[in-house]
Design a protein. Structure first.
Lengths: 106, 173
């Protein structure tokens, strides 16, 4: 078994970085006191949006164009992987006064 | 200032015929009682809808009301316990309760779509009334900042329910 020297680890890390395609990101939106924050987020196709619900109430993030519908129970989180580019407005089905927007670039 | 004050008085009068003495601000224990009562009454209305309605959208809405108001009232109870505030019954709470029982008796006589429509219309009107009272009287009168903050969240919640009820009302017609 070869010892994993610091140099060797760094070398492996560089290889991983160079060979992997652009890393998909997870963008968090917090739900607190019936507010989506930030109200608008920017993302790329392949990224994930994660809604972290801090309320004691259930909420949804429902795309107005019907693309996705994420239900988050009280103190839970829910996520969606963005499959196509475009700006998507969304709202909470239970509390339609809660609104947000995800802008997805290719 | 005068317009704001009279708007508050009007809202309270709408909320309850024999409202609090004119000009008297409700105390925190009274506010806590009114807010809790408003939630409980909406839960009871929803339970009646769940017994009587067969409409999927109406039933979903009613389930949402039970779930949300149960959750918020649980928070409210935890807060009053923490603050050592004892909710105090008052004329506004009593008037709300009386109005709600009268409405329940009226709705009990209806069936099918007539019931669905009457329930949802009343949900719109009820949430509107409570929102008015929260905005003009209860929130400005609350002394404790945590109580005020919970009421502000309550207002957003009731506004959300009002919009939700308005959407359901369009579909039920």
């Amino acid at each position: 078994m070869h010892a994993m020297t610091p140099g060797r680890i760094a070398g492996l890390a560089i290889c991983a970085l160079l060979s992997a395609p652009a890393q998909a990101e997870t963008i968090q939106v917090t739900i607190d006191k019936l507010v989506f924050a930030p109200v608008e987020v920017n993302a790329k196709v392949g990224d994930t949006v994660e809604w972290v619900n801090k309320d004691a109430l259930a909420h949804t993030a429902t795309a107005t164009n019907g693309d996705w519908n994420v239900v988050t129970g009280p103190k839970q989180s829910g996520r969606v992987v963005l499959k196509k580019a475009g700006a998507v407005d969304y709202f909470c089905k239970y509390h339609p006064n809660m609104k947000g927007r995800v802008v997805v670039t290719p | 200032m005068i317009t704001r004050l009279s708007a508050g008085v009007i809202a309270l009068c709408l909320l309850s015929a024999p409202a609090l003495a004119q000009g008297a601000k409700p105390t925190d224990p009274q506010i806590a009682h009114i807010a809790y009562t408003a939630g409980q009454l909406d839960i009871e209305a929803a339970k009646q809808a769940l017994e009587k309605s067969k409409n999927k959208e109406v039933r979903e809405f009613a389930n949402d009301m039970v779930r949300d108001h149960t959750a918020v009232n649980k928070q409210a109870l935890a807060l009053v316990k923490k603050l050592n505030v004892k909710p105090e019954d008052n004329d506004t709470s009593r008037a709300l309760t009386k109005q709600a029982s009268a409405k329940r008796a009226e709705l009990a006589k209806l069936k099918g779509t007539a019931f669905d429509k009457a329930y949802v219309d009343n949900e719109v009107a009820y949430h509107k009334t409570v929102n008015g009272a929260l905005e003009s009287t209860l929130i400005p009168s609350a002394n404790n900042s945590e109580l005020k903050s919970l009421l502000q969240t309550g207002l957003k919640l009731f506004q959300g329910h009002q919009q939700h009820a308005e959407h359901v009302a369009v579909d039920v017609k």
